[in-house]
Design a protein around this ligand. Structure first.
Ligand code: PDD
Length: 284
């Protein structure tokens, strides 16, 4: 049984309650963060906190937990659940109020929940074999830079991938890849340049993306932040994807076609190794 966090309290998961009037439930009026845990420590907590603040700001949502309080909550969840490796999920909504499209009165308390999930992050079998992804139209809304809990379209696309026997999906708008359903997308060109879409409202500014690009820079790999087309994938040497839940994951097949030689490539492998090394060093 897990201990979860609900509005200031740590309770057994079976005793956790939120209102049926919660705006997260009725309007997907909430934001979230997923922070990975290695050896019982949080990876890039500061990055996740900064992005949470940004998401809240973009939605004009008040939030009265400080950085230190949120850090305590994360640590407390890790410790109470004896989590060694996995993630902490946390979500903030605009709270519970009579159903109305307009925001509730100022001062309506947020709903804040948090829980842990155990995961094999370091020794992931998929990281060794690589994954295959499908391509799907990106039919999400225009503010994918805000990490909202409005995840129905990514969920539908993930299910489509699953039904086709594939492990993930990359989203495409106007012939160019935006990102994965829950990760950022990259190719490595024949010349060895890493290409990933530049930051804009079309994608989420991944915390792992930022760290991985810093690793690439450190390794003096060439990086271009720009959209890449579906045709460019066919000519790429490698592809990979990044997120807190998968770190750096090689992509060996896209829409049924092998990428490069159809094996996890050296760039993805090296970046994964260095990213893990840095994360183990810097986790708090
Ligand atoms: N998803 N793009 C999207 C659409 C995402 O949902 C995520 C993360 C990322 C990668 O962000 P980060 O590197 O900060 O995890 C990119 C989380 C893990 C999820 O929804 O489970």
């Amino acid at each position: 049984m897990r201990t979860v966090f609900v509005n200031g309290n740590y309770v057994d998961e079976n005793d956790a309650k939120i209102s049926v009037f919660d705006r997260g439930f009725l309007f997907a009026d909430g934001v979230y963060e997923v922070t990975s845990v290695l050896g019982g420590k949080l990876v890039d907590f500061e990055g996740h906190f900064a992005r949470l603040r940004r998401s809240l700001g973009e939605l004009e949502m008040g939030f009265d937990m400080s950085r230190d309080q949120l850090l305590d909550m994360h640590r407390e969840l890790v410790s109470r659940n004896r989590l060694d490796e996995g993630l902490v999920y946390m979500q903030v909504t605009r709270g519970a109020a009579d159903r109305d499209f307009a925001f509730p009165p100022e001062g309506t308390p947020n709903t804040v929940v948090g829980f842990t999930q155990s995961l094999n992050l370091l020794d992931s079998p998929k990281a060794k074999t690589g994954i295959s992804v499908i391509l799907a139209d990106d039919l999400r809304w225009g503010r994918c830079d805000i990490k909202t809990v409005q995840l129905l379209y990514p969920s539908l696309v993930s299910m489509q991938a699953r039904r086709q026997g594939e492990q993930g999906a990359w989203l495409v708008r106007d012939g160019f890849v935006t990102e994965g359903t829950a990760n950022n997308a990259y190719i490595v060109t024949k010349e060895g340049t890493i290409v990933t879409r530049d930051l804009s409202p079309s994608i989420l500014s991944g915390i792992t993306r930022k760290a991985v690009l810093a690793c690439a820079d450190k390794l003096q790999m060439k990086v271009e932040e720009r959209p890449f087309s579906v045709e460019e994938i066919a000519n790429a040497k490698e592809a990979f994807t990044t997120a807190s839940t998968i770190f750096v994951m090689p992509v060996i097949e896209v829409e049924g076609k092998k990428v490069g030689d159809g094996q996890p490539g050296p760039v993805a492998r090296k970046l994964r190794e260095i990213y893990i090394e840095e994360s183990l060093k810097n986790a708090i």
